[in-house]
Design a protein around this ligand. Structure first.
Ligand code: GCU
Length: 673
């Protein structure tokens, strides 16, 4: 029975034509003398071919027609060596079916071969004609990293898929097979780093017993090209009582971190480095000592630099004591530090300026720190988009952020280009995804949430990839290759996030979720001590109007964008409608392009969101013949919840905004059931 454990690596029997094709191309496997990585590639190819055809390929010593031949420039016979292999770099690969009948998987390193093996399996699984295969690919970003917000007690902050997959109690001795499956899944996407623990970190993680546990995981992940990183709490040495201060400029502190890095690298020679959340939401940081983020980051960077490590320093900062619009604070704090960070520091920036909302404009730091490598941080776990119950494919949301034009260069400069290092040649590049992975059988809490892990990984490899193509590729491997069914599943996925935006936070509304847990509507909450945690701070609705004025008349956060954008968004008439109330406070009678008043438009959007959630359910019901019974049922049950909760969102928000505006519901509005 299908329980979702196999993710997109199911390798189920193919229809006859596909099966014949695979059997023709994969009668045998020829691989160079093997490292653990090449072994992993061969094992995966074997597993895949066996699963898809029922027959295992033979081992062969010499290339021949009908064999898959893996090799590097050093091992491939010249006739099989693709041109220009060197240009594909350390992690790229070429997969090519030769005239002579061999399928060559070529790369410059063993990791490239593993990625190439997965590319061939993906092609086989999605029904590409294998006898014409000719694919070359190299990652556009260097550091493609998952961020686990996993605590040391195995709870997961904002995790909706069960407890942490890291069984800390049993580590380092017990190496759960699940770690290997985790590694396979990530390698199949090209994810090459994982931060094991929560950004809200604990000092213990950097003590010897925990380093040993991390080292055991690193050993399992290494053959799959995945490096381990740790979230470091800035005050660790002080809290462990090994220094008298955590001041980054105190020599004893720098010396402590250098020794700590040495200790970690003795256990994990390819340790990736540190991720740090500092001076944000109560976390300690350099500002506690009147030092800057750069002072803090550079001190840690110096500790890992001799070992080739990096520091990913988060720009997600805002403080209760700062009266400025929360959306402004990261830019205000970080832009003056541009050019002040050490070479091996990357500043990690969330996609939007508030906090992983269903829709935000892109973060104004992208394009505004031309001397600093910026890592894009996406949240794969759906903290604000209905947890693991609601279907919301995030590929479209990630794509929207990546394709946004920062307008920081003549002719345009997209966020993707910034992340790819267009402004910072020679410096490292990266993307981080807050994982949605836990111990549930499905890994991600639902079948469709696996697509978000998948889409993240594929976009980290190529930030300019199409979210629709990725959805199709995922669905073909996960559910069915039947083209019409695929069209429908991709259609559902492509509309799903917009549905969530409509029933939760249409027209640029944001952060009106239940406070603390962030699930369900609570636009009325006004009494939390920190103003910036109250939904009323964000929607500012009253009798006269609604929305957050971020123009020059308001918080002027808009001025943090390039002049062309600031001009365009400065006027509600030229502000994209999906961001209207993000940037403007408008009267309820404001005339929308649809001809409706703002009030009527808002209500119509909430209604539309519910209609869209219902459509997801109906469309899925029609897919029953194409999906195995258990997974069909699992998804159907969640879509029922989604419809119910979409109605809850609409009813609660419409009732609340009706009460503050004092307006009657527009004629024709659906009443609560
Ligand atoms: C959000 C989230 C927190 C998390 C924080 C962060 O605010 O609710 O749980 O710690 O983001 O990204 O650091």
């Amino acid at each position: 029975e299908e329980d979702g454990y196999d993710l997109w690596l199911r390798y189920r029997p193919l229809p006859q034509a596909g099966r014949d094709d695979v059997l023709r191309q994969a009668q045998a496997i020829v691989a160079p003398r093997s490292s653990a990585t090449v072994q992993a590639a061969v094992t995966e190819l074997r597993r895949g071919v066996q699963g898809m055809t029922g027959q295992a390929p033979a081992d062969a010593a010499q290339p021949r027609a009908g064999a898959i031949v893996l090799g590097t420039a050093a091992t491939l016979p010249p006739a099989l060596l693709p041109d220009g292999l060197a240009a594909l770099g350390r992690e790229g690969y070429a997969v090519r079916r030769m005239e002579s009948g061999e399928t060559v998987i070529a790369a410059n390193t063993d990791i490239g071969l593993l990625y190439g093996a997965f590319a061939w399996l993906r092609a086989a699984n999605t029904g590409m004609p294998l006898d014409r295969l000719d694919e070359r690919s190299a990652p556009k970003l260097q550091l493609r990293v998952l961020n686990h917000w996993d605590n040391l007690d195995r709870t997961v902050e904002r995790g909706y898929a069960g407890e942490s997959i890291w069984n800390w109690w049993a580590l380092p001795d017990v190496r759960d097979r699940r770690y290997t499956d985790y590694a396979r899944a990530n390698a199949s996407l090209g994810i090459n780093g994982t931060v094991l623990n929560n950004v809200n970190s604990k000092p213990e993680i950097l003590t010897a017993p925990w380093i040993a546990k991390a080292a055991a995981l690193a050993d399992v992940l290494r053959p799959y090209g995945i490096r381990v990183y740790l979230s470091a709490r800035f005050s660790t040495p002080l809290e462990l009582k090994e220094t008298a201060t955590a001041d980054p400029l105190a020599p004893e502190v720098a010396a402590w971190w250098a020794r700590k890095a040495d200790e970690i690298y003795r256990a994990i020679p390819d340790f990736g480095g540190f991720l740090v959340k500092a001076n944000s939401e109560g976390q300690p940081g350099p500002q506690d000592y009147h030092r800057s983020h750069a002072d803090g980051a550079n001190m840690l960077a110096a500790a890992v630099a001799p070992h080739g490590g990096v520091v990913m320093w988060r720009a997600f900062v805002y403080a209760a004591e700062n009266p400025a619009d929360r959306a402004r604070q990261a830019y205000d704090e970080f832009t003056p530090l541009d050019g002040k960070f050490a070479k091996n520091v990357l500043v990690q920036v969330k996609n939007g300026p508030i906090d992983f909302q269903p829709r935000e404009p892109f973060h104004p730091l992208f394009g505004a720190m031309p001397k600093t490598p910026l890592v894009m941080e996406f949240q794969i776990t759906k903290e604000y988009l209905g947890y693991a119950t609601h279907l919301a494919y995030l590929g479209t949301m990630f794509e929207e952020a990546l394709r946004s034009d920062t307008a920081r260069a003549p002719g345009g400069l997209t966020v993707a280009q910034v992340v790819e290092g267009a402004q910072t040649p020679g410096r490292p590049t990266g993307m981080a995804g807050v994982a949605n992975i836990g111990s549930e059988r499905t890994w991600s809490g639902s079948h469709f949430d696996q697509a978000n892990w998948y889409a993240y990984g594929r976009l980290a490899w190529n930030p300019q990839a199409s979210s629709r193509a990725i959805a199709r590729e995922w669905a073909a491997q996960t559910f069915t290759r039947e083209p019409r069914a695929l069209d429908d599943i991709v259609g559902m996925m492509s509309m799903s996030r917009e549905a969530v935006v409509n029933y939760m936070t249409p027209l640029g509304l944001h952060h009106i979720m239940g406070t603390g847990h962030h699930h369900g509507p609570a636009p009325w909450v006004a009494e939390l001590a920190r103003p910036d945690w109250n939904p009323v701070y964000y929607h500012k609705a009253d009798r006269n109007g609604i929305g957050f004025d971020r123009t020059a008349r308001g918080s002027n956060a808009l001025a943090q964008y390039a002049p062309a954008i600031a001009r365009q968004y400065g006027d509600p008439r030229t502000t994209p409608e999906p961001l209207l109330l993000w940037f403007h406070h408008l009267p309820w009678d404001y005339a929308m392009p649809s001809g409706r008043t703002l009030w009527a438009e808002l209500v119509a959007r909430y209604d539309l969101g519910v209609t869209q959630a219902q459509a997801l359910r109906t469309r899925w019901a029609a897919l029953k013949p194409f999906v195995d019974a258990r997974r069909h049922e699992d998804v159907a049950a969640l879509l029922d919840v989604q419809v119910k909760e979409a109605q809850w969102w609409r009813d609660a928000c419409v009732a609340y905004f009706a009460s503050v505006s004092g307006r009657p519901l527009p004629a024709g509005t659906k009443r609560p059931a």
